[in-house]
Design a protein around this ligand. Structure first.
Ligand code: NAI
Ligand code: 15L
Length: 264
């Protein structure tokens, strides 16, 4: 049966906000969790992922978890170690203890960010491309994907790892014309990841049907994800405003763009 009650961690964040607005229409009852209060929702659980008691109670009785909580950009290692590495480990341990079968994990394109962008149009980067983080942040996402693999093999917990591109109301950079994940497509993707059958550990790229995409979307299609939006509608105006990045700019040369030169 399709999961009904879903724990949304990181519910106060940008992606959390757009999923809070959209997932109930798919029939889910959401339980919200974040270290900071969720605006407009007094029932949300305000706790750290490292608070075991709160986390176990949050996970208890849900059908699935959508795990967004964590640091979402480059940061000092000590902070990533706590929120992203230990926090994700604690989440999986809580899920194992409480018998939760399915986790949708927010990974990131930055797990493979140092991969060169395909030079030829129409050549796509596969989900099986070697992990190649561009930041300590990306490395923390590699840990999450490997943890998901371990918990699938060892304990049978199913994970769909979403290597999200750029999830925001509209693309803000020329690179995002390739990496954009529209809010509506994000909800479609999470719904597909929650309901797909015969999952072990699946890795998919989370972007819209962008004309300039450089990722292979077949893994997402196999889960039933059909994106409907395309960043191309913003292209003319965005390029007129910002201009194209220079040919040797990481925004042009590598998947991870400006994260290649980001320092903690
Ligand atoms: P965000 O930074 O807006 O939200 C993250 C939320 O996690 C925040 O509300 C924060 O309070 C919470 N959080 C952080 N540490 C926590 C802890 N120790 N315990 C409990 N809650 C904690 O990030 P956004 O943009 O909403 O992203 C959500 C997830 O998706 C993140 O894991 C991010 O790495 C990932 N992602 C997002 C992308 C995007 O384009 N927005 C792209 C790729 C990945
Ligand atoms: C990410 O992983 C970040 O969380 C988000 O803020 C964006 O910068 C995104 O990647 C991106 O690559 O555009």
């Amino acid at each position: 049966p399709a999961p009904r009650t879903v724990l949304l961690t990181g519910a106060a964040g940008g992606v959390g906000a757009l999923l809070r607005d959209r997932l109930p229409a798919y029939g889910y009852a959401l339980r919200l969790f974040d270290i900071v209060p969720v605006p407009g929702d007094p029932d949300a659980i305000a706790a750290d992922l490292l608070d075991n008691t709160a986390l176990r109670a949050a996970v208890r009785g849900v059908d699935a978890v959508v795990h967004l909580a964590g640091i979402s950009q480059e940061a000092p290692f000590a902070d990533l170690l706590t929120s992203n590495i230990e926090g994700t480990y604690r989440l999986y341990e809580a899920a194992r203890a409480e018998g939760v079968q399915r986790i949708v994990l927010a990974s990131s394109n930055h797990a493979v960010g140092f991969t060169p962008r395909p030079a030829a149009p129409g050549v796509a980067v596969a989900t099986t491309t070697p992990l190649r983080p561009d930041t300590l942040y990306g490395l923390s996402k590699c840990f999450g994907e490997n943890l998901a693999s371990l918990y699938a093999d060892k304990y049978g917990i199913e994970t769909v790892s979403l290597r999200i591109g750029s999830c925001c109301p509209r693309p803000r950079t020329v690179r995002m014309l390739a990496t954009w994940l529209s809010p509506a497509d994000c909800a479609r993707l999470v719904h597909a990841a929650l309901t797909a059958e015969e999952i072990h550990h699946a890795v998919v790229y989370g972007i819209s049907a962008n004309t300039r995409a450089w990722w292979d979307l077949s893994a997402g299609a196999a889960l039933g994800y059909t994106p409907r939006d395309d960043a191309e509608i913003f292209a003319e105006q965005l390029i007129a405003e910002l201009g194209e990045p220079l040919p040797d700019d990481p925004e042009r040369t590598h998947i991870g763009g400006s994260f290649l030169t980001a320092e903690p």
